[in-house]
Design a protein around this ligand. Structure first.
Ligand code: AMP
Length: 546
């Protein structure tokens, strides 16, 4: 074999920021801070502060390989930690502040974190955990001296640490496979599992995402990541934005519809990224104001299935929707819903049918669906199987967890996502459910996502979820849980009318129940586990014979 004669330079995270600071000098990070102000800094200013932070981390006694925990909202200081840790060969370990104290303690212990950087809001969490954490752990409050809180724990002040340091840092030339980030998945069963990203995987993912999402990520674009830096790397935006020249508008703790609308309006955000529950809030504010935020022309929706009614709502207001799918273990983006050129002029309804799917794979992520025996199934839009993925930005195993690794990786090295899906001949992925959320009625599978999509279009439904309820004859039957939009409640007969054009009769829900709000997981998704527990003893009406 004749080998190429090309240089091999390591792919390093710090080079993304250096590149942004050199070639996109005016792009900025705008942050709503816990102190209550709006802060701005350019990429060159950010690079200087990251240099100061790199020295500060070393002054704290940290060195290569050490894990640095963060408990923080989306803001410039959190962004700085991503880069300073990576640049110095350390690992930025983002912790989801919405986890339970037990889960946080498990994660902090498993990761063997040495220090915790936290936002002002999370002081009560730190004070609550302190007694259970190892001696010698340091806590850094991410604020300036004037805003340092009274605390029962010894605290260091972030801005003081930086002020003492030089902005010039001679970043080491690391091996590109060095770890740079760690994020635990908040699995609904068992202990959380850690995805340990490398410099190489993070840089490649930034390039894959930049290529796939050029409609939102470009020189001069202004992106609002509602998706948190504390979960799934804010879909890779901290890495992709400086590479592509996009500004980041960080919303801090204010994630309600009215606050997001105001921020988008004021900062002329053109692209906003987040989970469907967040967009329900924004849609409410759009309805209140009778207009969309000035300049907004794209929302990227992922994390759970974007309901078709939501996509249609945005699109008919002139805001394009990109429906994306991925996982913590995939850095996280696997597919995006940017339509192929020949589909962009389809009639509205046909276009919406395509956009309600989870999109096509990004370069660098291969997809396969398999049956229960692990045999690959055709991509014909009909065969449904478990989705497996392979690529350079996908975990090859979980951090220090051989059992979880063995369960997730197949004999050919593909990662099992736990999602059940079909893929059509054009490569469009349709997620049917998490495997554990599918409803098995008389041996046949029913997709809860498909039913939810149809029911969400009804004006009397603000939100809904379909779960399996136990049934003496059919094992499980679909139960529709609805949050009503107003005083009138949708009845089962109305649901049946909605179902009729789309589903066989045996797939229709057996009953409707009403709740004030759907329970959410720590990552803002509807918790079907809690709903199943809530309705575990629910007596379904005897519609289909026992
Ligand atoms: P996480 O690692 O917390 O981001 O969760 C990943 C899981 O979220 C995936 O395995 C899917 O079950 C679900 N998910 C993410 N994006 C979508 C989407 N667009 N549609 C349906 N499910 C999604």
């Amino acid at each position: 074999m004749l080998m190429g004669q090309m240089m091999q330079r390591p792919l390093l995270v710090m080079d993304l920021l250096k590149f942004g600071a050199e070639t996109h000098k005016t792009a900025e990070i705008v942050s709503v801070r816990c102190e209550g102000d709006l802060h701005r800094q350019t990429y060159p200013e950010t690079l200087d502060r990251v240099g100061q932070l790199g020295h500060a981390l070393e002054a704290l006694g940290l060195s290569s390989g050490d894990r640095v925990a963060t408990l923080a909202w989306n803001g410039h200081r959190h962004f700085e930690l991503y880069y300073a840790c990576a640049g110095a060969g350390m690992v930025c370990h983002t912790i989801n502040p919405r986890l339970s104290p037990e889960q946080m303690l498990y994660i902090l212990g498993h990761a063997e974190d040495r220090v915790v950087f936290f936002d002002l809001t999370f002081l009560p969490i730190i004070e609550g955990l302190k007694a259970h954490l190892p001696e010698g752990m340091r806590f850094i409050c991410m604020t300036d001296r004037a805003h340092m809180p009274e605390a029962s724990v010894d605290l260091l002040c972030y801005e003081d640490l930086l002020a003492a340091q030089d902005a010039t840092y001679d970043w080491p030339e690391l091996d590109e496979n060095t770890a740079c980030g760690l994020c635990y998945t908040s699995g609904t069963t068992g202990n959380p599992k850690g995805a340990l990203y490398s410099h190489r995987s993070s840089v490649l993912h930034a390039m894959y995402t930049g290529l796939a999402l050029q409609t939102g990520l470009y020189d001069g674009s202004r992106i609002l990541p509602v998706v948190p830096l504390f979960h799934v790397n804010a879909w890779g935006l901290p890495y992709a934005a400086p590479l592509m020249g996009a500004s980041l508008i960080m919303p801090g703790p204010a994630l309600d519809g009215a606050s997001l609308f105001k921020l988008m309006d004021g900062e002329k955000v053109n692209s906003a990224w987040g989970v469907p529950t967040v967009w329900l809030g924004l849609q409410g504010e759009i309805a209140n104001q009778g207009r969309t935020p000035d300049g907004l022309n794209q929302v990227v929706i992922g994390g759970s299935a974007a309901p078709r009614a939501m996509i249609e709502g945005f699109e008919s207001q002139g805001v394009g929707v990109c429906h994306a799918w991925g996982m913590t273990e995939m850095s996280p983006i696997g597919t995006t819903g940017i339509l192929p050129s020949d589909a962009r002029d389809l009639p509205f309804a046909d276009r919406m049918t395509l956009q309600a799917k989870q999109g096509r794979r990004v370069f660098g992520c291969e997809l396969k669906i398999v049956d229960e025996a692990g045999k690959a199934l055709p991509h014909d839009g009909e065969a449904v199987g478990e989705l497996y993925v392979r690529g350079n930005a996908i975990v090859s195993g979980y951090f220090n967890n051989d059992d979880a690794t063995a369960a997730a990786i197949d004999a050919d090295g593909w990662f099992g996502t736990g999602d059940v899906a079909h893929i059509d001949k054009d490569g469009f992925l349709s997620i049917q459910d998490r495997a554990k959320d599918l409803i098995k009625s008389g041996g046949e599978w029913i997709s809860s996502i498909d039913i939810e999509n149809v029911v969400m279009a009804h004006p009397e439904v603000a939100n809904c979820a379909v779960i399996a309820a136990p049934h003496p004859k059919w094992d499980e039957r679909p139960l529709l849980v609805v949050v009503p939009a107003g005083d009138t409640k949708i009845m089962l007969d109305d649901v049946n009318v909605l179902m009729e054009p789309h589903f066989a009769k045996w797939q229709w829900p057996d009953d409707v129940v009403f709740v004030d709000a759907l329970p959410l997981t720590a990552t803002g998704k509807v918790s079907k586990l809690i709903l199943r527990q809530t309705f575990a003893d629910y007596q379904l009406p005897d519609l289909r014979g026992t």
